[in-house]
Design a protein around this ligand. Structure first.
Ligand code: ZN
Length: 338
């Protein structure tokens, strides 16, 4: 089968012909990949910034496809059914898995880093780590249900405990995650202020549903205060990380929460503790999706209320796709198709 692989010291993924995985073992299914998302994390992996990533490895952790073979002891999934997956494998046995917090599984292995990923014609995964796709949902849309849409539902609702009517600031709103953070926040009934570094993306961000679009990171917190009548926002979805973190914290209202879901610079941020104590601000992280939030993302796609912004690119162009992400040339998500 065709696969995009990272090899030690190579600056780009290499398209290679490799052996198909399988047959599926106990609890596993073999999936023919129909669509695989390209994530900023893939770029960090390529740059060697994911310490647990092995080499060589098939890249990619976002996918949707068709089950083509089912292992022993798999219940509720049959050949021919379409599925979307979590971006990692879980053990199903640790304390976190048993509590349904599978994103924190202690034996979690990231696809495309610690085990073979989705930028290939076939992928072998645990049946418990995929969810059946509703009919009529497009594979490209479903491929980002785990890493992006389910993650945002988890971040906003489970972690930031956002309520309808609250004001939400999304940083990096023009990016693959940010533009969907705008959409999901709107679906949760929030007033959305979106920040993007590029003037060229502001119209796209507005079309995604943002009530206010702020361009440029300079004076961001001042601008947020201006559009919120001096009060600030209840929740910040921090997609950029360290470069915008200080402004994000300064943009929050009393009792506001910053949920950090990305850190493009992989740098450290300074936290003024006065905000945490005297204003009861909270900084929380959110990691990946749970099975529940993945399922909810798929239901939102089925309902037609959530229409992801995706651009399809053939697998052969995975290298170009990563270059586009690196120079922030994309609006929405790039999806590799087969
Ligand atoms: Zn991802």
């Amino acid at each position: 089968m065709k696969a995009a692989i990272i090899e030690e010291g190579q600056p780009h993924p290499l398209l290679k012909e490799v052996k198909e995985p399988g047959p599926p073992g106990r609890g596993e299914v073999l999936v023919r990949v129909e669509a695989a998302g390209v994530c900023y994390r893939d770029l960090l992996n390529l740059r060697g910034l994911m310490p647990r990533a092995k080499r060589p490895v098939i890249m990619g952790h976002e996918f949707a496809g068709v089950v083509v073979e089912v292992g022993e002891d798999v219940e509720g999934l049959a050949t021919g059914e379409r599925v979307a997956g979590l971006p990692y494998s879980t053990c199903g046995e640790c304390r976190y898995c048993l509590e349904g917090r599978v994103n924190l599984c202690r034996n979690r292995r990231q696809l495309g880093e610690e085990r073979s990923g989705s930028w290939a014609e076939y992928i072998l995964v645990n049946a418990r780590d995929v969810v059946k796709m509703p009919r009529h949902v497009d594979a490209s849309d479903a491929s980002i249900a785990g890493c992006v849409l389910g993650m945002l539902i988890h971040a906003l609702r489970d972690r930031a405990r956002v309520r309808p009517g609250e004001k939400v600031l999304v940083t990096g709103a023009g990016g693959g995650v940010g533009i969907h953070a705008v959409m999901v926040s709107k679906l949760l009934g929030c007033i959305v202020i979106a920040s993007t570094s590029k003037v060229s993306k502001s119209e796209d961000v507005r079309l995604a549903g943002a009530d206010y679009v702020l361009v440029g990171a300079d004076m961001l917190s001042t601008k947020v205060k201006e559009v919120t009548g001096g009060e600030g926002v209840d929740v910040v979805v921090e997609c950029v990380g360290e470069p915008t973190f200080d402004h994000s914290l300064r943009s929050t209202a009393w009792g506001g929460r910053v949920v950090v879901i990305g850190n493009v610079s992989v740098g450290e941020a300074r936290v003024p503790l006065g905000f945490i104590i005297l204003r009861e601000n909270a900084v929380v992280g959110a990691l990946g999706s749970t099975i529940n939030s993945l399922r909810e993302a798929l239901l939102l796609l089925e309902s037609g209320r959530l229409k992801p912004r995706v651009t399809k690119i053939p697998l052969e162009k995975s290298s170009e796709a990563l270059e586009i992400i690196e120079r922030r040339g994309n609006v929405g998500k790039l999806i590799l198709v087969f």
